[in-house]
Design a protein around this ligand. Structure first.
Ligand SMILES: Cc1cc2nc3c(=O)[nH]c(=O)nc-3n(C[C@H](O)[C@H](O)[C@H](O)COP(=O)(O)O)c2cc1C
Length: 339
């Protein structure tokens, strides 16, 4: 799908979404770190119809993987975030929509039977943050995902502003920000701190999930503040060079947290065995960033559905090979660090 996306997209768009910060060491590590863990099948388990469904925050999902927030999805397909939302809802997959979506949350989700989570970039103006949260909640968002790993934008070779200045994409809007911010305003807040997280908790009636955690102390701080969940992430290696990989961070954080606390992860997940490894290491669900862009580019809603279907088929087969009946019921003895 990646190869197919490369064929259909302008090189500028492909380079933008595949891009990383600096030399891409964090992104490379995100994918390669999965190889450190090996899976140990249990035999004779008689798994005829494995169950891939999980329940999170009261919502039943048919598969434990879905779409990470990716901004500006109309760069990949004219249906943009609408297509991703619909594809995930049809597949019973979790979905997170970005603050910097081209299509506003309400419009992108109007037909969706499962409401996506809303990813929030807090600006340096709390009134704008409040308005973003309010609009998303009014449109049915029950989970707000606060991204905390972009106090400033990472050093990237291919940035979105360059693309938006080309005639081909000059018409694209930031739907959620319409009427709140000017197209070119800064949407990041370098002063973001724990107090602002507490302020967000006060103004929001949604569940709050914090995205971009890598340090166990930060995970514990979220727990202590009654945050409902965290997404362990380094922004797909787009923010900082030489970061801890997401999967290694998950393995470090999990033992320090109560077992029932929802940990999610994204970064470098490219196959069903990656999904399985993350779940066996303690993630409740996992999210895909760039692969969703591949699906979208190749076939809009059908492309994203197909991408999810491919991984689901592989996951089901791998569960049978592993002797796992229920994906929500992990046996940590089935994964081992081998190098
Ligand atoms: C093109 C692109 C745009 C992204 N936009 C956002 C965004 O608006 N908000 C956010 O929290 N993360 C954003 N991310 C990061 C993803 O949510 C996710 O953390 C990352 O892509 C996961 O890594 P993967 O691409 O290896 O799966 C973006 C990633 C990409 C590739």
């Amino acid at each position: 799908m990646q190869a197919a996306a490369r064929q259909v997209l302008p090189a500028t768009v492909y380079d933008y979404f595949m891009g990383t910060t600096e030399e891409g060491l964090t992104h490379t590590r995100n994918t390669s770190a999965f190889q450190q863990w090996s899976l140990i099948p249990k035999r004779l388990q008689g798994v005829q119809h494995p169950s891939t469904s999980v329940k999170v925050f009261g919502q039943e999902y048919s598969i434990p993987f879905g779409a990470a927030p990716v901004g500006m999805q109309q760069l990949f397909h004219s249906d943009g975030e609408y297509a991703t939302t619909q594809a995930c809802a049809y597949q019973g997959a979790p979905c997170i929509l970005s603050t910097v979506s081209n299509i506003a949350y309400a419009k992108a989700t109007k037909d969706a039977k499962i409401k996506p989570w809303f990813q929030l970039y807090p600006t340096d103006n709390f009134e704008v943050t409040k308005a973003l949260v309010q609009k998303a909640e009014e449109a049915g968002a029950e989970v707000i995902v606060l991204t905390v790993d972009v106090p400033v934008l990472g050093k990237r070779k291919h940035n979105a502003r360059g693309l938006l200045n080309t005639p081909e994409f000059a018409h694209l809007r930031f739907g959620n920000l319409d009427g709140l911010l000017q197209q070119r305003d800064n949407i990041h807040d370098s002063c973001l701190n724990w107090d602002q997280l507490a302020m967000l908790q006060e103004i929001s009636s949604a569940k709050i999930v914090v995205k971009g955690i890598l340090h166990p102390e930060d995970a514990l701080q979220c727990l202590n503040m009654n945050i409902e969940g965290i997404i362990i992430s380094n922004h797909g290696g787009r923010q900082m060079e030489s970061n801890y990989s997401s999967i290694e961070a998950l393995a470090a954080i999990k033992p320090q947290m109560p077992d029932e606390f929802p940990l999610f992860i994204d970064g470098g997940i490219r196959s069903a065995t990656d999904v399985l490894k993350a779940l066996l290491l303690g993630a409740k669900m996992v999210f895909l960033g760039r692969p969703i862009c591949y699906g979208l580019a190749v076939g809009g809603m059908a492309g994203v559905m197909h991408l999810l279907e491919l991984i689901k088929t592989d996951l089901t087969r791998n569960m049978q090979l592993m002797g796992i009946q229920d994906i929500g019921n992990r046996d940590p003895t089935q994964i081992i660090k081998t190098k």
